[in-house]
Design a protein around this ligand. Structure first.
Ligand SMILES: Cc1cc2nc3c(=O)[nH]c(=O)nc-3n(C[C@H](O)[C@H](O)[C@H](O)COP(=O)(O)OP(=O)(O)OC[C@H]3O[C@@H](n4cnc5c(N)ncnc54)[C@H](O)[C@@H]3O)c2cc1C
Length: 422
């Protein structure tokens, strides 16, 4: 049933195009190109019918299929394979991929909405979907040759989970100081090195590996390679984490990993450009994950405050509680508008780097604050693992770390300020 709901999005695209897209198209030209009389700006949270339908179907999927497994997966620090299978069956692992390649051919904002809705129920499932769509699929779609796209995109839409392997033990924020090397040997590249913190890698079969083919050129030697698990990728260690515990995070060892020459993606020495561009987009995905997380914590804790009575009335009716909840609602709304705005700008082909950094930074702060307050609103009950409220708080910490720490987002934002004012 859910599968058909998600799949129903696909044919709807063409039906809706005439009726709904003119609004979006108007916005596309709104600032720099159109004459004032043609401009029809819309509110930042205006979604197409297609996007609304997707939200509805992902919400149902998250509540019906994911929610019953969340606690068990968190306790076991393991993603249930049935959830991965279901994400593929729902069409949620090829959201922007063309129908020709087995995807849903939807908008970037659709991917953002799916990530948000999954995070409302489980930020671990959300990041699995996020990395697969906004990093892995997008790199293949944007930079892959036609042969690479024809070969890999259908698999990535259907059943093959992907990982994005950039970070290493000695290169985190300074990602392009990476040490992994690739050396050409006939018609193959031989990769040696170690990657660290790689999301999805325990379950993945498809890996985008960034390695330097010519360290004398510095970051200009960095190249992106496609590899599959059966080529000999070894899981060196699975991390035990504070939050998003069902999402696997592993160190990988490449010991003379042989990759065919045709698996270079985007050209030799182009890995730096690919990683920079993709992580700029990816940050909007993390903003959406943190936004969904904040909303999920709020939705879980607030109803309890109207059921729980102290001093003869529901605790949610005390002004001290009401104001805190109102403040949280304001922050969630602000995070939502920042996230959707960054997504739309990217979709419209406009500059979005600053907006993506702002959205990620703000949404991760909001997620921490709201999830922390949600625990307090539920009192002692909020502190127990049984209600799942404390999990949102544990999961929220990662928003300030991956795909660029909060300091790195501030650095990006500060550079724009400097450019404008100095
Ligand atoms: C759960 C998890 C999943 C991840 N998934 C992936 C993945 O799928 N693929 C991948 O490639 N990587 C992944 N990462 C890696 C992640 O992107 C890095 O952890 C992150 O970029 C930070 O790097 P670091 O941990 O080495 O911290 P460091 O770079 O060592 O930073 C430590 C501290 O120093 C600060 N700092 C560093 N440089 C500066 C500066 N110039 N100015 C001010 N402050 C600075 C940072 O803000 C931080 O507070 C993941 C990490 C985690 C924890």
């Amino acid at each position: 049933m859910l599968r058909s709901a998600a799949r129903a999005v696909k044919p709807a695209t063409s039906v809706l195009r005439k009726r709904v897209l003119p609004q979006v198209a108007a916005r596309r030209f709104s600032r720099s190109h159109a004459v004032a009389s043609e401009v029809r700006p819309t509110s930042l949270d205006t979604l197409t019918e297609e996007e609304e339908m997707l939200r509805e179907s992902v919400r149902r999927f998250a509540e019906d299929v994911v929610a019953p497994k969340v606690r068990e997966m968190d306790e076991n620090e393991n993603m249930d394979p049935s959830i991965i299978k279901a994400l593929f069956e729902q069409g949620l692992m090829g959201i922007e991929t063309s129908a020709e390649h087995g995807g849903a051919e939807s908008s970037f904002t659709s991917a953002i909405i799916a990530i948000e809705e999954l995070a409302r129920v489980d930020p671990s499932v959300s990041v699995m979907c996020d990395v697969h769509n906004t990093l892995v699929n997008t790199v293949v779609r944007k930079y892959g040759t036609k042969e690479q796209q024809d070969k890999w995109l259908p698999k990535l839409s259907e059943s093959m989970l992907g990982s994005f392997c950039l970070s290493e033990p000695a290169s985190g924020s300074d990602a392009f100081a990476l040490q992994t090397r690739a050396v050409k040997d006939g018609n193959e590249w031989v990769i040696n090195g170690t990657k660290m913190w790689i999301t999805n890698s325990y379950e993945a079969d498809f890996f985008l590996i960034f390695a330097n083919i010519d360290p004398s050129k510095g970051y200009k030697g960095i190249t992106c390679f496609i590899a599959t698990k059966d080529m000999g990728i070894q899981i060196a260690k699975k991390e035990q984490k504070l939050g998003i515990r069902a999402s696997s995070t592993c160190s990988l060892a490449f010991d003379d990993l042989r990759v065919p020459a045709e698996n270079v993606l985007g050209g030799e020495g182009k890995g730096y450009k690919i990683a920079i561009e993709i992580l700029n987009e990816g940050r909007i995905g993390i903003a959406a994950q943190m936004l969904g997380l904040a909303q999920g914590a709020f939705d879980k804790a607030v109803p309890y405050t109207f059921q729980r009575s102290q001093f003869g009335k529901p605790v949610g009716t005390f002004q001290g509680m009401m104001f805190q909840q109102a403040q949280a609602a304001v922050e969630i709304e602000a995070a939502r508008l920042l996230t959707y705005n960054a997504a739309r700008r990217k979709e419209e082909g406009r500059e979005f780097v600053r907006e993506a950094a702002i959205a990620k930074y703000a949404a991760s702060q909001v997620a921490q604050r709201v999830a922390g307050s949600a625990i307090e609103w539920a009192g002692g009950v909020g502190f127990t693992r049984e209600t799942g409220i404390e999990k949102y708080w544990r999961d929220s910490k990662i928003g300030a770390i991956y795909e660029g720490t909060s300091n790195i987002q501030l650095q990006t934002i500060a550079k724009f300020i400097q450019k404008q004012y100095s």
